[in-house]
Design a protein around this ligand. Structure first.
Ligand SMILES: Nc1ncnc2c1ncn2[C@@H]1O[C@H](COP(=O)(O)OP(=O)(O)OP(=O)(O)O)[C@@H](O)[C@H]1O
Ligand SMILES: [Mg+2]
Length: 255
């Protein structure tokens, strides 16, 4: 894709929290249609990087570009409206509404930007139909009328993905979506990501499950201690001595 403008580009990003340098001069680019892995040991700065992309964290230095446009000064809402969605390391559905309504609400809220209008929207029938499609796409349509409280963790993670997709994102950022799942569930959810990507969704996947990263992500960016220590084809990176050294001796803990 020589010459194409990346959908997302971070230029020399540094983030400091008090005395802690969470990110130091990180450059990062995501191309249209990519399923990019973002890996590194605990505390490497992965979540901070995605929070900088969505605008929750303001960089101490550096700039964020979306489709070639400098969005560094823009707040979270303006960036979200340009099509960035993040699923969180800890899933947070609305416990008081059904699984289906959680997705309807996410779609309506993204469109109107208003909680009240999202609940009373005239286009609710169309949004409900779309929400059902998304539940089917992530494989939890059987839970549509259930309360999120009744869902096993694997299904909750899929709900989180459906809610993010409801906003029709140009870029989907996934923060440890496989954490806490057993091997089979993790493989199935990874398959779903691969299918969504093949359907045109550009994604960044933060994961400690390197087996699944190796299986579904052609390229990875590796962070350690706030620095980018590698970037390239996943198999090359996972056998790179500097990358192996970063993981060795550090316990990797799923959130
Ligand atoms: N809001 C914050 N205030 C202070 N320090 C923070 C904050 N968020 C992150 N940090 C620190 O910044 C560093 C990077 O953290 P971050 O959560 O980005 O790492 P991570 O790569 O996502 O780790 P994990 O794999 O454990 O989720 C850590 O030292 C962390 O303690
Ligand atoms: Mg994290």
């Amino acid at each position: 894709m020589t010459g194409a403008v990346p959908v997302l580009k971070l230029e020399a990003i540094s983030v400091r929290f008090g005395g802690i340098a969470a990110l130091s001069g990180v450059d990062f680019a995501l191309n249209q249609g990519e399923l990019l892995g973002l890996i590194g040991p605990n505390g490497a700065g992965k979540t901070t990087l995605l929070r900088t992309v969505i605008g929750v964290v303001r960089p101490t230095e550096g700039r964020v570009f979306l489709q070639g446009r400098d969005v560094t000064p823009l707040g979270v809402d303006r960036r979200a409206r340009q099509g960035i969605a993040l699923t969180h390391q800890i899933v947070k559905p609305f416990r008081g509404m059904s699984v289906l309504d959680n997705v309807v609400f996410a779609a309506g809220h993204a469109k109107t930007g208003s909680v009240l209008r999202a609940l009373t929207s005239h286009s609710r029938a169309a949004e409900t139909a779309r929400a059902r499609e998304l539940l089917a796409l992530v494989g939890i349509e059987a839970y549509a009328q259930s309360s999120p409280n009744a869902l096993p963790l694997g299904a909750l993670k899929r709900l989180e993905v459906a809610r993010a997709l409801a906003t029709d994102p140009k870029i989907l950022l996934l923060d440890e979506p496989l954490a806490g799942l057993n091997h089979i569930e993790a493989e199935r959810l990874a398959d779903t990501f691969q299918r969504l990507n093949a359907g045109g969704v550009t994604m960044v996947l933060i994961e400690h499950n390197l087996g699944q990263v190796a299986r579904i992500c052609p390229r990875v960016v590796v962070l350690d201690n706030g620095h980018k220590i590698g970037e390239g084809p996943t198999r090359d990176m996972l056998s790179d001595p500097a990358v192996i050294a970063a993981y060795v001796g550090k316990e990797v803990v799923d959130a």
